[in-house]
Design a protein. Structure first.
Lengths: 113, 112
């Protein structure tokens, strides 16, 4: 089973709202990732968690706040977003690190109004 | 120089022919190489990984790696209309084994 699940599938939020994106995997993977993807562009890495610890933050604005409650779950908390933050947000996992294959979830399509 | 470079396409190939997708990378000591397929509006799907020089075959797909030339390619035999998608090359740089760097993708169109 190589499934990564993400909820919600779609999210529309205003610039003053607070919302969260959720990601879950049950493959026993110990590395999890958040990516942002704009139309016709490749995925852009935001955060990496390795063994439930934040190991990489690619200089992401503080209005994005990641959380890894346990080895199967990854959240992305959103607050005071801008319209330019509208994108497809992808979660991925891999057995330990990126030297291994990463498996992506279906993504959350976020629209900021 | 971009870390991972791909021709953006579109690459148009007749049905049943071989589609050849190419990728070059700048970090000479990169260790891991991946090909992802992404349909419009969907998430990337891993189709091949390759770690050592040579060819790796999986069904209709063959990945080829040449570390001396810093070149990785993907061949799709007997191309089908369902292969029409964007193909993303991804590389793990030696400098940061915790992440992968994506190329900008090649759009492939299989014409019936």
């Amino acid at each position: 089973d190589t499934e990564v699940t993400q909820t919600p599938k779609h999210l529309v939020m205003g610039m003053t709202n607070k919302k969260s994106l959720k990601c879950e995997q049950h493959m026993g993977h110990r590395a999890m990732y958040w990516y942002k993807q704009k139309a016709k562009k490749p995925p852009e890495l935001m955060f990496v968690y390795s063994y439930e610890k934040l190991s990489i933050n690619e200089s992401v604005p503080s209005r994005f706040s990641p959380e890894c409650p346990n080895s199967s779950l990854l959240n992305l908390h959103l607050h005071a977003l801008q319209p330019e933050d509208s994108a497809l947000y992808l979660c991925a996992s891999s057995p330990t690190g990126a030297s291994y294959e990463q498996y992506f979830g279906p993504g959350t399509r976020l629209t900021v109004t | 120089q971009k870390e991972v470079e791909q021709n953006s396409g579109p690459l148009s190939v007749p049905e049943g022919a071989i589609a050849s997708l190419n990728c070059t990378y700048s970090d000479r000591v990169s260790q891991s190489f991946f090909w992802y397929r992404q349909y419009s509006g969907k998430s990337p799907e891993l189709i091949m990984s390759i770690y050592s020089n040579g060819d790796k075959e999986d069904g209709r797909f063959t990945a080829q790696l040449n570390k001396a030339s810093q070149y990785v390619s993907l061949l799709i035999r007997d191309s089908q209309p369902s292969d029409s998608a964007t193909y993303l090359c991804a590389v793990t740089p030696y400098s940061s084994a915790s992440k992968i760097i994506f190329g900008s993708g090649t759009r492939l169109s299989i014409r019936p």
